[in-house]
Design a protein around this ligand. Sequence first.
Ligand SMILES: Nc1nc2c(ncn2[C@@H]2O[C@H](COP(=O)(O)OP(=O)(O)O)[C@@H](O)[C@H]2O)c(=O)[nH]1
Ligand SMILES: [Mg+2]
Length: 157
Amino acid sequence: MKPPKIWKICVIGDKDVGKTSLVRRFVFNTFSDEKEETLESKAFKRKIGDVTLMVWDVSVYEEHIEKILNGARAILILGDITRGETYDTMREISRFLDGHPGMKVFVGNKNDMKYQAEFWTDELSQLSSEYSSPYFFASAKTGDNVENIFKYIVENA
Ligand SMILES: Nc1nc2c(ncn2[C@@H]2O[C@H](COP(=O)(O)OP(=O)(O)O)[C@@H](O)[C@H]2O)c(=O)[nH]1
Ligand SMILES: [Mg+2]
């Protein structure tokens, strides 16, 4: 018997970029417009094929960030395309993560509001080439591209 594959995946990014919403969309296929602050990091489980993903919704208040990120197979770095400052945070996080062995995946969330975008492919493709990591646009609200991100991770991380 092969040992079970259990992968830790972390979702991080600035406040209100949609981390909790993306995790909920992926795990429960639901969405809410309500804002609910994530005080504590939490993990949710979903299987894709023979891989069990433990998806961590990392709180912006996390005090033990190194511990939470330790052993992560992939880290989703989320921004909200309608708020340019969340892209600056993506950059800061990327610098902070330099040296972490996990796959980094850049995600421009709230793709359903692209007519209000403050950053777009130019910015994300730049980050992507700087860190040799993929990027995606997604919407936790409509579900657009959410499955593809995790499928990509399972196939490539
Ligand atoms: N239009 C739109 N709103 C979203 C999307 N994802 C999250 N939101 C909203 O953005 C707000 C913050 O989302 P939340 O998941 O709590 O962000 P977090 O702080 O990163 O966990 C909430 O009001 C969500 O309903 C999305 O893809 N599109
Ligand atoms: Mg949250």
